[in-house]
Ligand binder design. Structure first.
Ligand code: NAG
Ligand code: NAG
Ligand code: NAG
Ligand code: ZN
Length: 194
């Protein structure tokens, strides 16, 4: 009987140890992404920075279907109008807390000048100037970053930044910037005003 309990406990521990922190991700195929025009690996791997964005437009989406439309709309705008190789972000987070694959891990994005080749860019779909993302979105972004560290794509001592810390923009919105400032690895860079 004791042995059975011990074995069961061992299995339980193994199962827990094997559990990844990585959130389920809606793949490019799932949201109907067009292929990237080109892809480039980060020059600094694992990425020393994580840069947080909000989309402002498209607006907040609260279902898988609506968020998939938002992802396709962004990719189309970034490729057709901006002439970027792909959707700008590495990942996006939708209102239900689902993570959408953008360029994915280890790939240079187009989201933060001077940081594109050494950061993972994560966008929150919606306008977070005055309202916070849903708790599910915040939790998903935290899991995604932990996942990046776990798989060796994000440096364990990464610095977390809001987009407005590296260029003049209101992104990721005041409410969201104030939120990420409370996260453990947020970095003030050289700024004295924040
Ligand atoms: C990017 O990295 C992957 C995985 O290490 C490698 O297979 C691929 O050849 C690299 N691509 C370029 C363009 O360097
Ligand atoms: C998202 O949709 C669900 C289900 O329709 C609803 O209960 C929830 O209030 C919505 N959340 C937001 C932030 O709009
Ligand atoms: C921050 O300061 C360091 C040291 O002075 C400098 O090398 C770096 O470029 C600065 N970074 C920014 C974003 O201003
Ligand atoms: Zn941004």
């Amino acid at each position: 009987m004791l042995r059975v309990v011990q074995t069961a406990l061992g299995l339980l521990l193994c199962t827990q140890l094997a559990t990844s922190v990585c959130p389920d991700t809606v793949s490019r195929q799932d949201w109907g992404a067009a292929p990237p025009v080109s892809r480039q690996n980060l020059t600094s791997l694992p990425a020393p920075y994580v840069v947080i964005h909000h989309t402002y437009i498209p607006a907040f989406c609260n279902s898988t279907g609506a968020c998939e439309v938002a992802m396709r709309g962004m990719q189309s705008y970034h490729q057709q109008t901006q002439h970027w190789s792909d959707i700008g972000y590495n990942f996006c987070v939708g209102g239900t807390g689902e993570v959408y694959e953008g360029r994915g891990w280890d790939v240079v994005g187009t989201h933060a000048p001077n940081y594109n080749d050494r950061s993972t860019g994560i966008c929150f779909i919606g306008d977070f100037r005055t309202e916070l993302p849903t708790p599910e979105m915040l939790a998903a972004a935290k899991s995604l970053i932990a996942c990046g560290v776990e798989r060796g794509s994000v440096s364990a001592d990464y610095k977390l930044l809001g987009h407005s810390q590296v260029r003049s923009t209101e992104c990721p919105g005041t409410a969201l910037l104030n939120e990420i400032k409370t996260w453990p690895q947020w970095d003030a860079l050289n700024s004295t005003s924040t």
